[in-house]
Design a protein around this ligand. Structure first.
Ligand code: NAP
Length: 252
C-alpha cells in the first residue's frame, strides 16, 4: 500500500516551488490533494494536470491563507470533494526581505499575516475537519528561523514564530492524536528564490552552496520527500520537531 493511501491533504501555496513538489509527491503516494494558491491559477492548473496525467487525484482551490473566510471555504471545498481532511501542509509564504530601515508597517503585517496568521487560521479549520481520528500538520519553516541572514530579519522572525507554534501545539494537540512538525529547508531552487535574486550562477547561490556540505542547493523534491515521510505512519512517533532538510547547511 502507498504511504498516503486514502488520505486527503491540503497544501497551501502549491502552485509552484516546494508546495507544488509536495502536492505531486503526496498524490504519487496515494493522497487526494487540494492544491491551494493565491493568484497563480495557471501554475495550480499545471500542477493538477501533471497529477491527473500520472493517475493521481487533485483539485485546485484559490484562497488567501490570511483571510478567515477564504480558509473556511478552502476546507469546505476539500470536504465536499473528498470527505474529511487528514493532512495539512502550511507552505504558503510572503518573503518580505528588506533591511531594517525599509521594513514598513504594511510589510510587517503582510509577512506575519501570511506566514503566521495563515497557519493559525488553517490549523484552526483543519482541527474541525480532522475530528476524532486525529491528523497531521507540517509547517514549512526555514533554516532562516535558526540562522537568520542580513535583510531577512522580518522573514526569519515569522519562521521562528512558526517553529514556536509547532512546539507549543505539539503539546496541545498530542492528546487529540494530531502530530505537528516543522521542516526547515535550506536554500532551495524555486521560483520564489529566483524572484529574491537567488538564481543559478548568482553570487547568492555560490554563498549558499559554499555553506552546504552536500555541495548544491536543495531541489523542491528533496523537501517533498521529507514531507511525505512526516505525513506517513513511518513518522508516527515524531511530533513537535524542527527537521532541517538542507544538505547539512548550518549557520552563517
Ligand atoms: N526556496 C527556498 O530557498 C526556501 C528556503 C527555506 C524555506 N522555504 C520555505 O518553503 C516554502 C515554499 O517556498 P518556495 O520558495 O517554494 O515559495 P514560492 O516559489 O515563492 O511559492 C510560494 C507559494 O505561496 C503561495 N502564496 C503566497 N501568498 C499566499 C497567500 N496569501 N495565500 C495562499 N498562498 C499564497 C504562492 O501562490 P501564488 O503563486 O498563487 O501567488 C505560491 O504558490 C515557504 O514557506 C518558504 O518560506 C523556502
Amino acid at each position: 500500500m502507498s504511504k498516503l493511501e486514502n488520505k486527503v491533504a491540503v497544501i497551501t501555496g502549491a502552485s509552484k516551488g516546494i508546495g507544488a513538489a509536495i502536492a505531486k509527491h503526496y498524490a504519487a503516494a496515494g493522497a487526494k490533494v487540494i492544491v491551494n494558491y493565491a493568484s497563480s491559477k495557471e501554475g495550480a492548473d499545471k500542477v493538477i494536470k501533471e497529477i491527473i496525467n500520472s493517475g493521481g487525484i487533485a483539485i485546485a482551490v484559490q484562497g488567501d491563507v490570511s483571510d478567515k473566510a477564504d480558509v473556511t471555504r478552502l476546507f469546505q471545498t476539500a470536504k465536499t470533494a473528498f470527505g474529511n481532511v487528514d493532512i495539512l501542509v502550511n507552505n504558503a509564504v510572503s518573503q518580505g526581505y528588506a533591511p531594517i530601515e525599509q521594513i514598513s508597517v504594511e510589510a510587517f503585517h503582510q509577512s506575519f499575516n501570511v506566514n503566521v496568521l495563515g497557519p493559525i487560521l488553517t490549523i484552526q479549520e483543519a482541527l474541525k475537519h480532522f475530528g476524532d481520528k486525529g491528523g497531521n500538520i507540517i509547517n514549512i519553516s526555514s533554516g532562516a528561523s535558526k540562522y537568520p541572514l542580513p535583510n531577512a530579519s522580518l522573514y526569519s522572525s515569522t519562521k521562528a514564530a512558526l517553529d514556536a507554534f509547532t512546539i507549543a501545539l505539539s503539546k496541545e494537540l498530542g492528546a487529540k492524536n494530531v502530530r505537528i512538525n516543522s521542516i526547515l529547508p535550506g536554500a532551495t531552487d524555486t521560483e520564489g528564490a529566483a524572484s529574491a535574486g537567488v538564481t543559478a550562477g548568482s553570487e547568492y547561490e555560490k554563498m549558499f552552496v559554499e555553506k552546504t556540505p552536500l555541495g548544491r542547493r536543495g531541489r523542491p523534491e528533496d523537501i517533498a520527500k521529507a514531507a511525505v515521510f512526516l505525513a506517513s505512519d513511518d513518522a508516527a512517533w515524531i511530533t513537535g520537531e524542527q527537521i532541517s532538510v538542507s544538505g547539512g547547511m548550518y549557520g552563517f
